[in-house]
Design a binder for this molecule. Structure first.
Ligand code: NDP
Length: 481
């Protein structure tokens, strides 16, 4: 069976413990490869390599760093089909999605930051004829980069690219649930000639490898994407060590449909926003609020479209919904479907594990799109992040009421509005407490814009200039004139 390896100091290496964890294909429930069960010793080795690489890499001209990132992007693009298959098998998502979204976005992440550093500017301030201040933005040292399983290469490369583009070195940890594409990225970095130690990838459990990265005294900067509970743990360790941290955490995003919306678009995009990647995108709209006069029609149309989504073997063409990423996540989704019943919800479609989609996938973790009505905004199903194909539809009467509902959770990651009234769109967007508000669209991403969450959805921002700032230290030089 294929044994994955850490990527440390430019080499693919076995874990020092000699131990491995099972890597399961969620569409079959079968172990298909082994992932290093890394620990603090592997993290120490990776930090040593990153420390040795830092002086050279941080002094490498931007143009040369950019060229290295471009080569990595080219390498990903060359192996796009192979990476998409790997991501599909690791994660359970439809191959078509990995091919069209996840892997192309990893290419874009590297190209975006490779070119951004060539255009970076820094500030100058002239002080009343007395002094000239200029800001040096310098790399911070060794960065710890920790990412989740839902968009594995996409999210990991969204951290790696800005971290190393700005002259830092890095120790990255993918989720142990979906390690394959990070392993392949390691191979690509070797092929691309990235200097040893600039990027290191340590595989293993969050409680061991993730915790060791967060706590390592030589890691100055931690960029974490994952659940809010884990994020709190990361902050608890990193904050007293005065590390710079960015936390991209969970969401319970409102999707608000006003009666004047373009209903064809609102219905089809709300279904996509609810169920893309089996509902396992932090930006999914899992709470759909619909203005009362449009509610009945919207629910009927939403159910009709969602009911047509084809659940099946993720490797097959034409499949819209693949497997849930793991048994644990599958059990969680099932738990919340049952909770919805207990809380008095009406399940219009889905609500229970799907029968086997084919012979190959007999042991897989398949859960159909599930639509619930009849639950109030305060019940647990509408307050807690499920992170699966479960959506609840709730009526509202006016703007103030729905803004109250939208804001009444611990989260504030994203919100979506559907309306043709321009004034209302701006008014509501301004009052909804979330890091991103989409108006008449969903998941339309421009890599330059700030990205992140409010409240318990996170601290700090990624994206464009925000990422370049996060991974650098601004130093003011004041020169008397
Ligand atoms: P987790 O928080 O469980 O894990 C995220 C990463 O942290 C994994 O690599 C995990 O390793 C690691 N980890 C676990 N424990 C620790 C620890 N004590 N110290 C350091 N690292 C640790 O999240 P999931 O992987 O389950 O991902 C789903 C969550 O991610 C959802 O809440 C979702 O909303 C959120 N998310 C947020 C996004 C955003 O941009 N705001 C984007 C995508 C997802 P291991 O897998 O081995 O446990």
């Amino acid at each position: 069976m294929l044994k994955l390896a850490h990527y440390i100091n430019g080499h693919l290496v076995a874990p020092l413990s000699g131990q491995y964890l099972d890597n399961v294909d969620p569409s079959t429930g079968q172990v298909y490869s082994l992932v290093p069960d890394g620990d603090a010793r592997d993290v120490d080795a990776a930090v040593d390599a990153a420390e040795k690489a830092f002086p050279g890499w941080s002094k490498t001209p931007a143009e040369a760093r950019s060229a290295h990132l471009m080569k990595i992007a080219d390498g990903i693009e060359r192996r796009l089909e192979e990476l998409a298959r790997a991501e599909c098998v690791d994660n359970g998502k439809p191959l078509a999605m990995a091919r069209s979204l996840d892997i192309p976005r990893a290419v874009k992440n590297f190209r975006f930051f490779a070119t951004a550093i060539l255009h970076a500017r820094s500030e100058t301030h002239v002080t009343d004829g007395l002094a000239l201040n200029y800001t040096l933005r310098q790399p911070r040292g060794i960065c710890g980069l920790i990412s989740p399983w839902n968009l594995p290469l996409y999210l990991l490369s969204w951290k790696i690219a800005p971290a190393i583009a700005t002259g830092n070195t890095a120790v990255a940890k993918p989720s142990e649930v979906t390690p394959m594409t990070a392993y392949m990225l390691s191979e690509i970095c070797i092929e691309a000639g990235l200097p040893p130690g600039v990027l290191n990838v340590v595989h293993g459990l969050g409680a061991k490898v993730g915790a060791a990265i967060t706590a390592h005294p030589k890691i100055t900067t931690v960029s974490f994407t994952g659940g809010t509970v884990t994020g709190r743990e990361v902050a608890r360790t990193a904050a007293p060590m005065f590390k710079k941290i960015a936390l991209e955490l969970g969401g319970k995003n409102p999707n608000i449909v006003f009666a004047d919306a373009d209903m064809d678009k609102a219905v089809s995009e709300s279904v996509r926003a609810a169920f893309a990647n089996q509902g396992q995108i932090c930006l999914c709209g899992s709470r759909v609020f619909v203005e009362r006069q449009a509610y009945d029609t919207f629910v009927d149309r939403f159910v009709a479209v969602a009911g047509k989504l084809r659940l099946g073997d993720p490797l097959e063409a034409g499949v819209d919904q693949g497997a849930i990423v793991s048994k644990a996540q599958f059990d969680k989704v099932n738990y919340y479907a049952n909770l919805a019943r207990e809380e008095g919800g009406k399940i219009l479609i889905g609500g229970a594990p799907a029968p086997a989609v084919n012979e190959r996938c007999r042991g897989g973790y398949f859960f159909p799109p599930t639509v619930i009505t009849g639950l109030g905004p305060q019940c647990r199903v509408n307050q807690e992040e499920i992170f699966g194909p479960v959506v609840s539809i709730i009526p509202f009467y006016d703007e103030a009421e729905v803004i109250g509902y939208a804001n009444d959770t611990a989260y504030g990651l994203s919100a979506t509005l559907w309306t043709q009234n321009l004034q209302r769109a701006h008014r509501v967007a301004e009052r909804v407490n979330s890091g991103t508000v989409w108006v008449n669209c969903w998941l339309l991403r421009d890599l330059r814009v700030p990205f992140g969450g409010m409240k318990q959805s996170g601290v700090g921002r990624e994206g464009g200039d925000e990422a370049l700032r996060f991974f650098t230290e601004p130093k003011n030089v004041c020169v008397a004139i």
